[in-house]
Design a protein around this ligand. Sequence first.
Ligand code: UDP
Ligand code: MG
Length: 315
Amino acid sequence: MVIPVYNEVDSLEPLFGKLSEVLGTMGRGFEILFIDDGSDDGSGDVLERLRQRDTRVGVISFRRNFGKSAALDAGFGACRGELVFTMDADLQDDPEEMPAMLAKLEQEGYDLVSGWKHDRQDSLGKTLPSRLFNLVTSIASGLRLHDFNCGFKLYRGIVARGLKVYGELHRYLPALAHWQGYRVTEIKVRHHKRKFGRSKFGAGRLVKGYLDLITVVFLNRYTRSPLHFFGTLGSLLCALGFAIGLYFVGYWVTHHNIGGRVPLLLFAIFLMLTGVQLISTGLLGEMLTSSLHYEREPAYLVREQNLPEKQPRES
Ligand code: UDP
Ligand code: MG
């Protein structure tokens, strides 16, 4: 289990009680990793007590608040399980749902089962933007889900450990896994009202979420060929500018002046200059990509690999 915690002091004891109860009934080995994301309300002390009490508990404490994505990233880097649950620490997710999520993953052969808060217990100010967000993300990512950003998820270990979660990418984890070729689905989960503490995500979410979506889509589609993006746009602008330029050549030949068409001429020049700029940006991007190529992860993930056995050498 990986659980990010930021100022959830009152929820931790009841959460741990409920979790160990449910995990106990599931009859498998487990560890619970809490990531204390710079809490200053005493959450750290509670976590330390839990760790002293139960050897299956681990705690990673950040020096300051680095955000939920960073907390998940640290958790994914340190977890060892064959399967990895993530869950919010605020008691809004219900540990009772874990057996159903596990069954879905194992029986139907998924790699990631994401919770869907179909009856979400949050204010309208949160649920409405979230609907828009989920719709746009569905369309942009090609993965149809109702709820991308639910903190309650079950991953195969290989999926969780392969995700790089930085910035605010925790909202897009199902999309990232989907793009890597993993099978992703969702399952309805119960959602409770927040009992203690307050929500950490305010109104700035929508703007940030939108910018992150651009980042994610861009990185997925064009990171290995930036020129495809900038070059296409740039070439289009150049071509349009050039066409208008040609028209002026024709006009000059027939009329021997360009009359009152100066604004259009300027526009053509503007188009061509912008186009050239975009193409150059794309080329710079390509240079960056090619020089970083060897330090990067490979561009693919292999499911399995069966190479021919080594042939005995002819002597
Ligand atoms: N969280 C975190 N770091 C942050 C903000 C939130 O680790 O900077 C944790 C928080 O403690 C909780 C989870 O992320 O366990 C979800 O946060 P919250 O309940 O505030 O989000 P909401 O449910 O309101 O979307
Ligand atoms: Mg919450």
